[in-house]
Design a protein around this ligand. Sequence first.
Ligand code: SAM
Length: 286
Amino acid sequence: MANTAKPSTSAQRIADAVKSLLPAGLHQPLRRVWRRIYSLAQDVPERWLYVRLWLYRLSGRSYLRWYADTLDGWVESRDPAFLARKRAVLETSGVEDLELLKSFGMRRDSTLHEFGCGQLRSALHFAEFLDPGKFSANDASKGRIDLGLDLFGDRLNPRNPKLIVNFDNSFDWLGGRKFDFLWCHAVFGHMPAEDVEATIGNVRKAMHAGSIFLFTHDEPRLQIPDTADEIVRVDARNWLQSFAYFQKLADKYGMVIEDVSSALKSYPSFRSHMCLAKMTLAASPR
Ligand SMILES: C[S@@+](CC[C@H](N)C(=O)[O-])C[C@H]1O[C@@H](n2cnc3c(N)ncnc32)[C@H](O)[C@@H]1O
């Protein structure tokens, strides 16, 4: 008969030895206590994020500052072998972001601003496609942008993209410049409602009558089938937001919004539950 016993680890051997010293009646309750301690310990990093966020709030600093500092604190190795591996994974992943924008009419001579460019995986392809001077991007995390430049600087630097580090959602850091396209991928899901609203309220400063603002979001009911909530906070720095919520913001800030999620289906690199919305300026702002 085959031996189906699991291989015994040293932790398991210690647990078995302790168990053999204790009366059988205590095994079950102690196992429950141990599971509880284990699950609390697993939650510690997440709970600590909340504690730090409240300390930031109490000291008058914004959520965005906390978020950027949190990302910047997760220092990634600059070991050449690590960078080469990461580059190999990320280098082609932004190709479909470019193809998607082209399917909405972006051409080489269009202007594009990316809001929340992260480690530049899509910026790489945007900057290489667009004519020089037509692309800019911002991110709250200088660490993400620096990592992106370490990964892709050899290809990106010759294109001289304008990369901005920002700590508010004012768009004033664009100095009044207007863009044909604005792109925001996987960013709103990391923003509290007040920041999302500020972004939707201010993005018009960077738009002209023909501008297209495309952004992704995660529809709560697609991930939590029985929810009717328009916004669901998943943990300290992740949210799901519904199209209905963005529709209300569009109405409030004089924008026209359209659900264009079906466009994502042609590009398998986008997460299957991700949604895409398109905003333009309403003819006469309210
Ligand atoms: C999940 S990453 C996505 C990065 C990039 N869009 C991509 O597709 O690879 C989210 C990025 O958004 C940035 N971010 C979040 N909120 C922001 C805000 N209010 N202003 C600027 N950047 C923000 C974060 O710093 C992070 O780099």
